[in-house]
Design a protein around this ligand. Structure first.
Ligand code: AP5
Ligand code: MG
Length: 219
């Protein structure tokens, strides 16, 4: 199954993607995580072209397609992929559709997570993650070390207010048009509205699961 997680920074794409991956046993592919790994290696050929991430700007479609392209033929991904943060532009969505078509597949469902801007900011400023397994936490959980890897959690360099606001703008102008793109292509489309700050990640996951079940995509 090929799932696309759509939603602004902090909406919970990574959190929900990791949970779904465990439940469905389908790999979770976060382009943001892939890029941050490359940014840890100044000798990598794409290191310079990824510097825009530090300003909250999107990476160019060419570079994104270079990193993601080909994954579809990787045997690790033969049962599907949970895409997190990809596609992020119409050009990327078209490239993905073409790649999937070439192997006789298609995007099975888009999960679009809507969260109010005020909630997003609080989530991003308090986010911490494991540099090793990439598991996501929040300072409100009171955890400073990854329970699985026993490594101190870190804060992402792009989780500062100035960069977050730029990321919101990039989302509105370049990624939000994908909502219309997928609706027009009649792809299964689920909108999850998370407007109450009391809504837990587990309850969001339950709603995602119920909606996938309603579409006959899970049992
Ligand atoms: P990326 O890493 O994808 O960042 P993003 O889209 O800004 O999204 P985030 O990872 O910040 O948020 P999320 O939705 O995953 O939320 P999370 O689950 O962590 O991309 C980074 C950069 O790379 C981009 O800015 C761009 O430059 C570049 N890039 C990546 N892909 C690209 C592409 N395809 N094209 C071009 N450029 C690309 O949750 C956030 C926090 O909230 C956590 O602390 C979590 O614990 C908490 N939380 C989650 N759900 C809940 C809940 N229900 N209740 C309470 N807290 C919750
Ligand atoms: Mg993420």
């Amino acid at each position: 199954m090929y799932i696309v997680l759509l939603g602004p920074p902090g909406s919970g794409k990574g959190t929900q993607g990791q949970m779904l991956s465990t439940k469905l046993n389908i790999p979770h592919l976060s382009t943001g995580d892939l890029f941050r790994e490359i940014l840890d290696n100044p000798k990598h050929e794409l290191y310079e072209s990824l510097q825009v991430i530090k300003e909250g700007k999107l990476v160019s479609d060419d570079v994104v397609n270079k990193v993601v392209g080909g994954s579809l033929r990787d045997p690790r991904f033969e049962d599907g992929i949970i895409f997190d943060g990809y596609p992020r532009t119409i050009a990327q969505a078209q490239a993905l559709d073409q790649e999937l078509e070439s192997i006789g597949k298609a995007v099975d469902v888009v999960i679009d997570i809507h969260v109010t801007k005020e909630v997003l900011l609080g989530r991003l400023l308090g986010r911490r993650s494991c540099p090793n397994c990439k598991r996501i936490f929040h300072v409100s959980q009171g955890i400073s070390e990854c329970p699985d890897c026993q490594i101190t959690l870190i804060q992402r360099p792009d989780d500062n207010e100035e960069t977050i606001l730029e990321r919101f703008d990039e989302y509105q102008t370049k990624t939000a048009p994908l909502q219309e793109y997928y609706r027009q292509s009649r792809t299964n489309y689920i909108v999850i509205k998370v407007f109450e700050s009391s809504r837990t990640a587990d309850s969001v996951q339950q709603e995602v699961w119920d909606r996938l079940y309603g579409l006959g995509l899970v049992k």
